[in-house]
Design a protein around this ligand. Sequence first.
Ligand SMILES: Nc1nc2c(ncn2[C@@H]2O[C@H](COP(=O)(O)OP(=O)(O)OP(=O)(O)O)[C@@H](O)[C@H]2O)c(=O)[nH]1
Ligand SMILES: [Mg+2]
Length: 343
Amino acid sequence: MMIPTIPTIDEILDKGFSRGKKAADMKRSERMPKHIKGKRVEEVRVTTACQVIKDKLKMILDRTPEIEELPVFYQDYIDITVGVDSLKQSLGAVNWAYGIIAQLEEQYRQKIRRSAPDRASKLRKQAYGRISSVIKKISKDLDFLDYAKSRLRNMPTINFDAKTVVIAGFPNVGKSTLLRQLTSAEPEVANYPFTTKGIQIGHIERHWNDIQIIDTPGLLDRPISDMNDIELNAIVALEDLADTILFIFDSSETCGYYLENQYKLYTEIKRIFDIPFIPLFNKIDLTEYESKGKNYEYIKGFIDKTEDPLIISAYDGSGVEILKKFDSIKKIPRDEEEDDDYY
Ligand SMILES: Nc1nc2c(ncn2[C@@H]2O[C@H](COP(=O)(O)OP(=O)(O)OP(=O)(O)O)[C@@H](O)[C@H]2O)c(=O)[nH]1
Ligand SMILES: [Mg+2]
């Protein structure tokens, strides 16, 4: 998705110059007075090379979508992954090169036309030198675009019409396990934190409605400004996509984090996002909560502090209970179209 295949500077120049040479050879085989032909050959060599190079650059610009026209989620995703400013800067450089090559094409076409026949080939060489140096100047930008292409290759495909549940919580609490339970998606599950680094999506159908369930990387209870890029993926999904947040607690604390810290994150996220929440206490099978044994009071303390929580083990078939909660989800309108139309 997103960015087309990016040629290297050598590919661009080789292609341009070899096509220029071919066009010159063709011209040379035409019947024409000699003193005119020499100049025509060089002229066509320069203009063909420029056109081929311009086409290559234009292809990059045309096939890369306007970043501002993308849904906000994609803009934020690109920003976290490669940086919107860097991407724009590199595209700007390609556009700059396109403009300069177009100028050189026109400039040298005229110069060669007006030159003495024996100077034409010298002018052509001069043009080639200048073309090469322009393309070499955008070498780093082409490298960056190629890097951006590979980083954005796995950009998730979002259905912006579907009602969307975003699963959030501390690392290792069972978010991906739950997504696997609820949908046919197969996110990686592992017994260590930060297994999920990007965004995973599963779909279910409820009463003919598509519900999109998004699994996110784990969050820690720290300010957004201290979060790493992996965590920011989760924040962006909450901010741009969530119609409901399914917040997972690990009631067994086997994830390695205290319920107290998990609860702090829960209240913090609740404070930031004005979105309905479904709190869910997971891994109850690892506790003695149900038999009212050890730690019962401790866990109950947290359960009682949350509103209408679900208490489950993602391992058993507790999906139905959760799905029922999804029936009341309402799509939250987001102001993607805050542009000119209204003014
Ligand atoms: N016993 C038990 N283990 C569970 C339950 N849910 C998840 N686990 C285990 O907990 C570990 C973490 O599960 P994941 O689904 O990878 O957790 P996550 O929240 O997606 O983790 P990150 O992506 O790293 O943030 C895995 O070893 C799971 O098998 C549960 O209900 N009961
Ligand atoms: Mg995960």
